[in-house]
Design a protein. Structure first.
Length: 263
């Protein structure tokens, strides 16, 4: 079935409810960290049984939308080829902070229809914050409207700089150098989705990263776009499955953020 407006509305409500349910389950696991089996996928890249169980909860919760595809960080892609709608899920973005008993982790769900990002949700259970937004919808934090930082230069706020083992120190150190020389300051909390939501609500001036996976950012990018922020992220088969360079922030400082990240 091709979703009409009512179909998208139904999916929005289902996605919102599932994000909250998933956050509650993740929070239960966070309350008994010492019992969790933690495995390393790579340098500074961990996964736990909580990641898998939270993703499976979301996947099961989407059974009513069986014609939609699914892309999750832990279980991968399913049914994408012929699907007009795709759910993109990161069950726990910021697993390293999660297993370290730090509050900077979240559940992220984004929904794509016919190649366009429609809406997204990011839930941070430790602070009881739900970010949401989408096309034709307001950007909200716990039901209140949000907007990006009012700054007009990099010196006016703090920029989140993402980094992962997919790139090397030689790729990120020049970025930090350019940012500092422009009077900016860097920040990193271990969760791209959460940091991007902080851009949407004005806590952070912007976000830049040489490479980010779609499940780490789509839920939050929907919030940024509905808040009036700007992003370079363009959905294609390549970026959906293989990731992309990313720049996000208020329109007035977007060009400066893009220049700091570089090619």
């Amino acid at each position: 079935m091709t979703p009409d407006d009512s179909g998208l509305a139904e999916r929005y409500e289902a996605g919102r409810e599932l994000t909250l349910r998933a956050g509650a389950l993740a929070a239960e696991y966070a309350g008994r960290l010492s019992e969790l089996d933690v495995r390393w996928k790579g340098a500074q890249d961990v996964v736990t049984e909580a990641d898998m169980e939270v993703e499976l909860l979301i996947k099961r919760g989407l059974a009513d939308f069986g014609a939609d595809g699914f892309l999750g960080e832990e279980t991968g892609a399913e049914g994408l080829a012929d699907a007009e709608g795709i759910w993109v899920v990161d069950p726990i973005d910021g697993t390293q902070p999660f297993v370290s008993a730090m509050p900077s982790w979240c559940v992220s769900i984004g929904y794509v229809h016919r190649g366009e990002l429609q809406f997204g949700f990011v839930h941070n259970p430790p602070l009881d914050e739900l970010f949401e937004g989408g096309r034709g919808r307001p950007a909200l934090l716990n039901g209140r409207s949000v907007s990006p930082h009012p700054g007009t230069s990099l010196a006016d706020g703090v920029v989140s700089v993402g980094y992962s083992s997919r790139i090397g120190p030689d790729d990120i150190l020049p970025v930090l150098d350019r940012l500092l020389r422009q009077g900016g300051m860097f920040y990193r909390n271990g969760s791209a989705a959460l940091s991007l939501c902080y851009v949407a609500c004005g806590r952070l001036l912007g976000y830049i990263e040489p490479h980010i996976n779609s499940w780490d950012c789509l839920g939050a990018l929907a919030v940024i776009e509905s808040a009036g922020g700007r992003s370079n992220y363009r959905l294609t088969d390549d970026t959906l499955l293989g990731g992309s360079r990313i720049v996000a922030g208020p329109p007035d400082v977007y060009a400066d953020l893009d220049a700091v990240l570089g090619p």
